[in-house]
Design a protein around this ligand. Structure first.
Ligand code: C5P
Length: 401
């Protein structure tokens, strides 16, 4: 799968740089070409001679050769590669990548690269859990970079916890899986509707009924489908997330009624629809024109039912269309999910139970069970929402024939 592929391996200055010798060896053995870029600090952790020998190419560190002015073109290197791997990615390097601080060749090449970028962070536990690291990793993911999560265990400092760079074998597996997916053309050009996020149901000009959905799951699914070549329309309720994949056309909506209008239009031309939005089931029957004043001890707001978008699309669904729904349950999870699968005429339902810690709203992880029309059930362990999106899209792809 990696034969003939061209990789930039960007090494920044962390102790895990020693693992890059083995990573390079594995990639070269697979028949890949590897161009190593190192930061100045990385050279303190592993020698350029080791990396040049294993990669069979001179490594690059500086913008130019001071002896003769020969320019190391970050643009050419960035365009040459099929993928860039930044490993180990230190807190410093991720901060620069996230903010475009282009003061070394690794970063300028990163900014010029048009290929997918894999980032394998490594650092001490305290640095890893600092909010700035979390924010930078989220920013990199929002650029479409693929995070290869660090493992847990003993760290060089003696601390124990998350922060060990992924093992070279795992990085190679991730690269193989990525290129395998890319080679599969099943979803290429397919028109897909994805709903995401919460809805806000207006009470008066300053208040609404909403929910805790962040949109993370739906955005990750849209990204995954887009990466596999699908043309995605993402209809999202209010969400602070960004997506900039060229295959994603984003439509922002606010209420369940707006979302329904947008979905109805788009669904007719789609082959697949994934309904991952947390749509309000009820909306205020009357929306006040002026801000409501405090008047009495209690207040009753009359609510009326919204359209069940998934159900409405299920009723319109044609033979060549594939409809996926979600069920977020607090009790009798599987039974309720099965009921929804049938009543909404879905082809697949993704169940997440709020009883599982790490699953549900506003967290980065999810634990799902996928059930199809034949009542076949697959349980998945707790994973990041990006990996969960990958599993869901794999399942859709395998049932698409
Ligand atoms: O019935 P429940 O709301 O639990 O069903 C969840 C599924 O239905 C999700 O796929 C959700 O996106 C979809 N849904 C919808 N429109 C609604 C309510 C739920 O599309 N008004």
């Amino acid at each position: 799968m990696l034969k003939g592929k061209k990789f930039i391996l960007g090494i920044s200055g962390g102790i895990a740089a020693y693992k890059c010798a083995h990573l390079t060896r594995l990639l070269v053995k697979e028949g890949a070409e590897v161009q190593v870029l190192m930061t100045k600090m990385a050279k303190e952790f592993i020698t350029p001679l080791t990396m040049a020998t294993l990669s069979k190419r001179p490594i690059l560190v500086e913008f130019y050769n001071p002896e003769n002015g020969d320019w190391n073109s970050h643009v050419d290197t960035g365009l040459w590669a099929d993928a860039m791997i930044v490993a180990p990615a230190t807190a410093n390097t991720m901060g620069k990548m996230a903010n475009g601080i282009a003061d070394n060749l690794l970063i300028t090449t990163y900014l010029s690269a048009k290929c997918p970028v894999f980032v394998a962070p490594t650092m001490d536990l305290d640095m890893y859990t600092h909010p700035s690291t979390t924010r930078n990793m989220e920013t990199l993911q929002s650029y479409g970079n693929i995070l290869i999560e660090p493992g847990s265990g003993e760290l060089a400092s003696g601390l124990v916890g998350k922060g060990r760079m992924a093992e070279p074998e795992e990085i190679v597996e991730k690269l193989k899986a990525y290129f395998k997916k890319k080679a599969s053309k099943k979803l290429a050009g397919k028109k897909v509707l994805v709903t995401a996020g919460p809805t806000h149901e207006k009470i008066d000009p300053v208040r609404f009924i909403g929910n805790y959905s962040s949109g993370k799951m739906g955005f990750a699914i849209a990204e995954e489908l887009a990466c596999r070549g699908a043309e995605v329309v993402l209809v999202t309720g209010p969400s602070s997330l960004s997506c900039n994949h060229p295959n994603i056309d984003r439509i922002n909506v606010v209420s369940a009624a707006d979302m329904y209008k947008a979905c109805e239009k788009v669904f007719a031309g789609c082959e697949i629809a994934v309904m991952s939005a947390a749509v309000a089931d009820y909306t205020p029957a009357v929306k006040a024109d002026q801000k409501m004043k405090r008047k009495s001890e209690t207040l009753t707001i009359e609510l009326k039912s919204t359209v069940d978008i998934a159900k409405a699309l299920g009723e319109k669904k044609k033979e060549n269309q594939f409809l996926v729904g979600f069920a977020l349950e607090t009790n009798d999870a599987e039974q309720n999910a099965l009921k929804k699968l049938n009543s909404k005429n879905l082809d697949l339902i993704v169940l997440n139970s709020l009883q599982d810690s790490g699953a549900g709203f506003n967290v980065d992880t999810n634990k799902i069970t996928i059930i199809n029309k034949q009542n076949n059930k697959k349980d998945f362990p707790l994973k990041s929402k990006v990996e969960v999106a990958n599993d869901i899209v794999d399942e859709i792809e395998s049932l698409m024939e």
